[in-house]
Design a protein around this ligand. Structure first.
Ligand SMILES: Cc1ncc(C[n+]2csc(CCOP(=O)(O)OP(=O)(O)O)c2C)c(N)n1
Length: 286
């Protein structure tokens, strides 16, 4: 039986690897930020969200989109400027809008917007929430604190998901962030949950009460301690080679792989790769 979460994670990973390959071959313009190694975060979170909740994504958002929508073809078309693009090709990698999903490449831009949407939800659709993904480096933006302040003050249904991958572009977290993310949440009286494991079921079980609290007007910060296996964008990584490998067997990124037979994993991986390869070969054939 195919594990839906695992196959979703592997589709995201295949998508990101394909993109890096396409860039390497000069087939994609602009820039892109892949979430290799962080796939489990949005896959776990989507299991706690409702399609009527709002999701605000950032520059590293392909996984956030693909965990919400089963649409690798639409996203690939968007990035490559092909027919079927989810935003008619004007958004590209970082600026996607679809239903209640919105991403931005501008760090810190989304949190005040998410707080505003959370205020609307509180008034018009109680029980719904706004979930915003940010990286550790985005705590360098003042708008983040304005949003946290109002979220706490007005008891907004705002869930802030921090993907703390230990680095912001090329600056390690301990070189850009004084104190801790927990301390910053505490300064506003917000609950903070630290997630260090990568097991999707465990994560959901652990965060379910917190997410219910957010729906009831208790905003919260969830901090995932995660690892970016790929470069910041395309080839710009100053970390040692072992820190940036893209081997899917990395246990930290995909603990579920351990529980499956190698052959079953290969089958799921092949299906995931095929999902990405099919539109590409169709476009190439034209
Ligand atoms: C306002 C703003 N300043 C600078 C940038 C350039 N930039 C893009 S990503 C990035 C680092 C972001 O680090 P972090 O928030 O930790 O997220 P990660 O890339 O690790 O996922 C920077 C400086 C930007 N996109 N927006």
């Amino acid at each position: 039986m195919i594990d839906a979460d695992l196959s979703r994670m592997l589709v995201i990973r295949a998508f990101e690897r394909t993109l890096l390959d396409l860039y390497g071959r000069g087939l994609v313009n602009g820039t892109t930020h892949t979430c290799l190694g962080q796939e489990y975060v949005p896959v776990a979170m989507e299991g706690l969200l409702d399609p009527a909740d709002h999701v605000f994504s950032n520059h590293r958002g392909h996984g956030h989109y693909l965990a919400r929508f089963d649409d690798p073809e639409g996203l690939l078309a968007e990035i490559m400027g092909r027919e079927g693009a989810v935003c008619a090709g004007v958004g590209g990698s970082q600026h996607i809008r679809r239903d209640r999903y919105l991403s931005t490449g501008v760090q810190g831009e989304s949190l005040p917007v998410a707080a505003g949407v959370a205020l609307h939800l509180k008034r018009a659709e109680p029980g719904r929430l706004a979930c915003a993904y940010i990286g550790d480096g985005t705590f360098g933006e003042g708008a983040v604190y304005e949003a946290l302040n109002l979220a706490a003050l007005w008891a907004l249904p705002l869930l802030v998901v921090v993907e703390n991958n230990g680095i912001a572009q090329s600056t390690p977290t301990d070189k850009h962030l004084a104190g801790t993310i927990a301390g910053r949440a505490a300064a506003f009286g917000l609950p903070h949950e630290l997630v260090e494991g990568a097991d999707v079921d465990d994560i959901r079980a652990r965060l379910a009460p917190l997410v219910s609290g957010v729906r009831a007007g208790r905003p919260a910060v969830v901090e995932f301690v995660t690892h970016r296996l790929g470069p910041h964008s395309k080839g710009d990584d100053t970390r040692p080679a072992h820190a940036v490998g893209v081997d899917w067997r990395d246990k930290y990124a995909s603990p579920r792989l351990d529980r499956l037979e190698a052959a079953a994993v290969s089958r799921i991986e092949a299906v995931a790769a095929d999902v990405i390869a099919r539109p590409l070969s169709r476009w190439e054939a034209r």
